[in-house]
Design a protein around this ligand. Sequence first.
Ligand SMILES: Nc1nc2c(c(=O)[nH]1)N[C@H]1C(S)=C(S)[C@@H](COP(=O)(O)O)O[C@H]1N2
Ligand SMILES: [Mo]
Length: 396
Amino acid sequence: MSRAIRYSSVFGLPIVFSKNMPLGLIPIAVSEERLLAGKHPDLSLLSDRPLSLETPAHLLDDKTTPADRLFVRNNGLPPKSIDLASWRLRIEGPGVQNSKSYSIEQLKDSFENVNYQLTLECAGNGREEFAPSVRGNQWTTGAVGCPMWTGVRLRDVLMASGVRQSAVYIGYYGSDTHLSGDPSRESISRGVPIKKALKEDSLLAFSMNGADLPFLHGYPLRLIFGGWPGSTSGKWLKKIFVRNDVHNGHKMNGYSYKIPCEGVPPGSDVDEKDMCIIEEMPVKSLITFPRSGVIHSLGRDLEVRGHAWAGDSSISKVHISTDFGQTWIRAKLDSPVNINAWQHWSSSISFPQKGYYEIWARATDKNSKTQPMVLPGWNPRGYLNNACHRIAVSVV
Ligand SMILES: Nc1nc2c(c(=O)[nH]1)N[C@H]1C(S)=C(S)[C@@H](COP(=O)(O)O)O[C@H]1N2
Ligand SMILES: [Mo]
């Protein structure tokens, strides 16, 4: 899909002849920065300040998402540099008995190191489809990935500080800065209820796919809460604040990462007090092979595959349709490699005659929740679109 952004500045400098630029032309400086950051050249740039990159579905075919293909969502400006020698993670707040501070080496040495493959999805993934449209990054399907993370359990680290009975929520603080450049303002500071923080797979991750965390993904340490809005997985961590009440950091309040507690008609004005914080993400699936638009020869079966995931739950079945939902066939489904990892599915399809087809995929989770065919409930910020993924196939 072409993105008709007209650039007027790059890295804070005005583009003098910007009016001569064709609509949608990406300044080479921007695309080079993306490559320098080690990202696949075919990720789509949704915004450059803050940086948002999304992954086309066919580039998410790997069972474990490679670093160069993981989407990027920044809310502010990444730290200019990180000095590992002076870097510390602080644990503090009224919800713990003892404040603590750790270097990366101390974290690695003091707590069990664990590996989990965990699904990270931006709550706004799919926003582009909502009607009426809502502002924010117009993500299509690609703000999701499932890399392998290595780290220590947040639970172990919190326990070492003595979590009080009164603890309700944890809030994170990172070392990125607000877009305005004002150092007193956070770019984002969110968190999760203590119950999620104490789960066995809630991680303080220092590594992704066996290498140090890439800079854009939060080097040297980040949170990973599999199956919850990506915004809870704080990057460039410097502090975890354990609270006796719900965290009130930047983007915990107002309409951010909230949906109406009760469904509303599309386009409604919803009162702030009627908005509820999003917790786990809904059941969803993606077709990662073939690529939409594929041309296939009649008479041969077409292999189709992808992934499916469901918040803190897991997937019980995936179905595929080639006749716009009239009939469905059940795909082969793998078990998750661990809790909160996406699951792979595959199927083989034969077509009755030449022509245009769509392949639709629909996942159902262990609680019998299934994906809507078209759009789920509209909400003011366009979160949680888990409509079925569709791809186009021409059979010739
Ligand atoms: N410190 C910090 N943490 C952050 C963000 C951020 O801007 N700053 N963005 C959040 C959002 S909205 C998402 S979806 C995920 C994206 O993680 P990624 O860029 O590694 O894919 O990081 C979350 N953690
Ligand atoms: Mo996000």
